[in-house]
Design a binder for this molecule. Structure first.
Ligand code: UTP
Length: 292
């Protein structure tokens, strides 16, 4: 019987500079897509994948994320006394059993690899998932649920990938692919943000990982990579050849909400999928983008 993936690490300590000035006082992860904070979409995807423990790696100025997952006594009391049941129910996804959502701090944004390493004691010696909540992924079942199922076959590292335009390879970690079997792609290597003329493929890592705990030993050396940051990709690349390693070809829809246009696109796309909003919102869009 293989080991199960029960924990997820959500690194949310980044500065979110692409969304300044909004992110001066509000964490990027709490910016709403329609009416739910970005982080709620990732947590829902994790719960759907059977994850039992959610570990946030936060930083200074991110306290509102902890409040979001706490009870809001006064608000809930007011809503209950006014019988605002729908509003109460809308908050269900932010309520979890005490102890199932934990927080640790990354004291300085030294990179994604460093943020994951900060969670080592909370994860312990078991396979775990990592999700970047600014990547909003839509599929049925969710991307992480698909990866967790794939992990039962491979029992090794799995990174979600999707094709990006060739000229964009220098924005992502890029996979050097071997043979394919269904959605699983054997991995020969990975490169962080390669120039298009040096990129081994157009398959970009997309913010969902299932990792073996041995990654923590590799992150321990605190080696700096691209941009002077401790890169998760570099540590993962060292496990290729010693542990099973696959890309998981994600075939759903991805919104890069760390980028302004991706964030706006997610708002439009998800609003149009909502029964309560789509008719009115379509009228509004028609007004701005009149059809011939
Ligand atoms: P990004 O590269 O999107 O950086 O980080 P950022 O700070 O969030 O946003 P910009 O680029 O300044 O606008 C990818 C993910 O890794 C986390 C971020 O919070 C985000 O979820 N991260 C990054 C950390 O937790 N710590 C770090 O040191 C770096």
């Amino acid at each position: 019987m293989g080991r199960k993936v029960k924990k997820v690490v959500l690194p949310v300590a980044g500065l979110g500079t692409r969304f300044l000035p909004a992110t001066k006082a509000v964490p990027k992860e709490l910016l709403p897509v329609v009416d739910r904070p970005l982080v709620q979409y990732a947590v829902d995807e994790a719960i759907e994948a059977g994850i039992e423990q959610i570990i946030f790696v936060t930083g200074r100025g991110k306290g509102a994320i902890e409040d979001y997952f706490d009870k809001a006594y006064e608000l809930e009391d007011q809503l209950a006394s006014k019988q605002k049941t729908k509003e109460m129910e809308s908050m269900a996804g932010s309520r979890h059993l005490a102890g199932n959502v934990t927080f640790t701090r990354q004291q300085e944004p030294a990179g994604l690899g460093h943020a994951v390493w900060c969670a080592r004691h909370l994860v312990g010696n078991e396979p775990f998932a990592v999700m970047l909540p600014d990547e909003l992924l839509h599929d049925t079942p969710g991307c992480l649920a698909q990866m967790v199922e794939a992990f039962e076959q491979t029992e090794g590292n799995i990174v979600a990938v999707l094709e990006v335009p060739h000229e964009h390879t220098n924005r992502y970690g890029i996979l050097d692919p071997g043979s394919r079997s269904g959605a699983l792609i054997e991995t020969k290597g990975m490169v962080e943000k390669p120039d298009p003329n040096e990129a081994p493929s157009d398959l970009a890592l997309v913010g969902r990982y299932v990792l073996l705990p041995e990654i923590f030993e590799l992150l321990e050396s605190q080696e700096r990579g691209a941009g002077g940051e401790i890169q998760l990709t570099d540590a993962m690349a060292k496990m290729i050849g010693t542990h099973p390693f696959h890309g998981y070809h994600f075939s759903g829809i991805r919104y890069d909400c760390g980028d302004k246009v991706g964030f706006l696109e997610a708002n439009v796309a998800l609003a149009l999928r909502r029964e309560d909003l789509k008719d009115r919102f379509t009228e509004v869009l028609d007004h701005y983008l009149p059809r011939e």
